[in-house]
Design a protein around this ligand. Structure first.
Ligand SMILES: [Zn+2]
Length: 339
């Protein structure tokens, strides 16, 4: 596989966090506009935003977000970073992306959840007009937030469903907040027909994956721990659950320690539906092109496999059948001449 070909081929991304994908120069721009100096600039800032290869845990990885959050408390900032994310993905021909964010992380200076969601959607829309990339947002509840706060996120997802918001997610510290504690919250979303994808099985516990599916999630973020439990793997296969794998991030957060433990091949050969994602473009210092090239380097995947992974993403995307058909057709046409 060649970098320029991988970069130009159409790709679908379903697991990308808005606040983990703020480019350093955009953050510097926000700091200037808001007259709120950063503790570092240039390459030093970039280094601070990227999680080290040797993070000790998911928690250490998540600390990187603390640097950007103070600058994301204004509607214009949210609009700008959403627009810029679309610019980033357009540069590597991502044709459809689901962008996720936790609105409650942006309320610290008085924005309402409605203002926050509207600002992000406006940025995504402006990006679509400028670059032709279709997108939807997924609203994340946070594991460490109160039930009431998270319930507001569900209500907002319901309000904007079909108008730029396509689903709901649960993110944050999985090790200390098991999925079972959120059954009431998730059920609330499911009963309101909000599509659900949940971060689960990133931190060693396959039970969180089983619980997520039981509660109605049709997609799982990361899902690495599925490999530990054949029964959970079987449940995922039977339910055609799509697992959103994020290779670079999974090594940084210590979801896996060694390449031999990474379950990509195992999942693929078992018939589990998987797709490939960046998780956080800045914090993981990656692009979707980089992720596919890594898989090529590690496992020798070819364009055919890359095409399959993208078709899987379309199948699991929270979009209408009509939009899916168009994306499938485009993938089929543009990968056809590659061997
Ligand atoms: Zn994630």
């Amino acid at each position: 596989m060649k970098r320029d070909i991988v970069q130009h081929l159409p790709k679908i991304e379903l697991h990308c966090h808005l606040d983990g994908s703020v480019r350093p120069h955009i953050l510097e721009q926000l700091a200037q506009i808001q007259n709120r100096p950063l503790s570092a600039t240039g390459p030093e800032l970039a280094a601070k935003l990227i999680a080290p290869e040797e993070c000790q845990s998911l928690l250490e990885y998540l600390e990187r977000f603390d640097i950007v959050l103070p600058y994301l408390q204004e509607a214009s900032a949210l609009e700008l970073i959403a627009y810029d994310l679309i610019a980033q993905v357009a540069a590597e021909n991502v044709t459809y992306i689901e962008v996720r964010f936790a609105p409650m992380l942006f309320v610290k200076e008085g924005l309402t959840i409605t203002e926050i969601v509207a600002a992000v959607l406006a940025g995504l829309k402006r990006g679509e007009v400028a670059f032709g990339v279709k997108s939807n947002a997924l609203l994340c509840a946070m594991r460490h937030h109160s039930h009431q706060r998270n319930q507001e996120v569900i209500e907002s997802a319901k309000e904007y469903l079909g108008r730029g918001v396509a689903g709901f997610d649960l993110a944050g510290d999985e090790a200390n907040y098991p999925t079972a504690d959120f059954s009431e919250l998730i059920s609330l979303g499911v009963t309101q027909q909000i599509p659900v994808t949940l971060h689960a099985g990133e931190c060693g516990c396959p039970q969180n994956v089983a619980e997520s599916i039981r509660l109605g999630a049709t997609r799982i973020g990361h899902g690495i721990a599925i490999q530990k439990d054949p029964a959970v793997l079987q449940t995922c296969i039977e339910n055609q659950t799509l697992v959103e794998m994020c290779p670079t991030s999974n090594f940084q957060t210590k979801a896996v320690l060694e390449l031999a433990d990474y379950p990509f091949k195992h999942f693929l050969e078992a018939g589990l539906k998987i797709c490939i994602n960046t998780d956080n473009r800045t914090v993981s210092n990656t692009t979707l092109t980089d992720e596919y090239l890594k898989l090529h380097q590690w496992y020798g995947i070819d364009y055919r496999c890359m095409e399959t992974l993208n078709h899987n993403a379309v199948d699991g995307a929270f979009i209408s059948d009509q939009v899916k058909e168009a994306l499938h057709a485009q993938l089929t046409a543009e990968y056809a001449h590659l061997s």
